[in-house]
Every structure is written in structure tokens, then in C-alpha cells.
Design a protein around this ligand. Structure first.
Ligand code: ZN
Length: 213
């Protein structure tokens, strides 16, 4: 059920999580929900982490080029200040924020706002990708989307990395990952493949990753 149509919840805020693998349509689903809120003349603010520079600096862009204006922030705490007048707060690429995002979302919901976070729930090794699992625990509504396995066509829950490296995140989704089901997913594969040029360090720090590009 669409959470925002529940009349009984109109006086308090809540948290919705849209999670899944790469290419599962998370951003498209976030944009769909935000557009519907806009049509209802609700005040909508959309945020994305400053590290996600794949396509555009001031728009949330999904892989199918569905675009919505957004604000880039360097930390989750900035969202509190910038979202003060919003009824609905959308946050894309939630996995790029640190665990402060959990408290930020809870505070926004306590203030009466509808908070929608889209993000990867697992990394390229199939490990839970914080802070999305923590957000799923405190959210009122969790939507888990699936892509289609590019090997066998089953529902895909994993993101298979197609290049080598032990960084947790490599930007540039299209050439770097493909969706795989549990049977076809093999994280050990990623160690036997050609290295990306930007893949010289072992850090999991997003900022250092960006600086190296
Ligand atoms: Zn498969």
C-alpha cells in the first residue's frame, strides 16, 4: 500500500525506505513518490550526497534519465537545516551518507515530515551497506526492489561488480555492475577482472575515492 494515503498518519511524520540492488529502480521509485507529493501541492525537498557526481550537480537523475531538481549536501546534518520548510523530504543514494543519516531521518519524521530514502542495501560483497539496514529497522515502511539477473533472468538481489578493487563504492554504475540473483552472484569474481584506473587505493572513504578520480 502507498504509505502516504493512510489518512490516520497525516498528523505525524514517518520514514519510508526504498532499497535494493543496482538497477532495481530505486531512484525511479523515489522520483515517482516525490512527483505525486508535488502534484498534491506538498512542499518537497530532495537531497543527494555531494559525492554522487555521476551525471549532474543539482538534479537527482535515475538511469532512465528521469530527472528531478535536488540539492547536494556534504553531510546528513545539513539536511535538517535545509529541509525545515518541507512536508516531504526525499534522499537519494542514502548509502553514501554515514550513520548520522539515521538520527537525521528520525528527527525529520518526529518534526512531522514524510521522509523517503532510496539506497543500496548491500555492497558488492553482499554485506549489509550501512546506514540503509539501520534505516530499514527504524522506518515505518520498507520497499525492497529487485532487478533482473543478467545471467539467468531470475529476480536479482545482488550487485555483481565487473571490475577489480576492494573499494566499497565505485561510481559509474552502468559499466561497473550488473544485477545478479543469489545463485549467479559471485563476489570472488571481482578480484579476477581488470582494474579501473580510479581503483588505486583500498580505502572505503568516499571522499578519498572522489579525490582520486
Ligand atoms: Zn541468476
Amino acid at each position: 500500500m502507498e504509505p502516504h494515503v493512510l489518512r490516520s498518519m497525516r498528523t505525524s511524520g514517518w520514514i519510508e525506505i526504498v532499497c535494493g540492488s543496482m538497477f532495481s529502480g530505486k531512484t525511479e521509485e523515489l522520483i515517482r513518490r516525490l512527483k505525486r507529493a508535488k502534484i498534491a501541492r506538498q512542499s518537497v525537498e530532495i537531497f543527494k550526497p555531494g559525492v554522487d557526481t555521476r551525471f549532474s550537480d543539482d538534479e537527482v537523475v535515475s538511469h532512465d534519465a528521469n530527472v528531478i531538481q535536488s540539492t547536494s549536501v556534504s553531510s546528513a546534518s545539513q539536511i535538517i537545516l535545509l529541509a525545515s520548510n518541507a512536508d516531504v523530504v526525499g534522499i537519494d543514494e542514502g548509502q553514501f551518507f554515514d550513520n548520522d543519516l539515521v538520527d537525521v531521518c528520525r528527527e525529520l519524521a518526529t518534526l512531522g515530515k514524510r521522509v523517503i530514502v532510496a539506497g543500496l542495501d548491500q555492497d558488492y560483497l553482499g554485506r549489509p551497506f550501512e546506514p540503509i539496514p539501520q534505516l530499514m529497522a527504524v522506518a515505518e515502511f520498507v520497499t525492497k526492489l529487485h532487478a533482473i539477473c543478467m545471467v539467468c533472468g531470475a529476480p536479482a538481489n545482488h550487485s555483481q561488480r565487473l571490475t577489480a578493487g576492494d573499494q566499497r563504492v565505485i561510481l559509474g554504475a552502468t559499466e561497473t555492475y550488473e544485477p545478479r540473483c543469489r545463485d549467479c552472484f559471485d563476489p570472488s569474481d571481482s578480484h579476477d577482472l581488470p582494474k579501473l584506473e580510479s581503483d588505486g587505493s583500498t580505502t572505503e572513504s568516499i571522499n578519498q575515492l572522489i579525490d582520486s578520480k
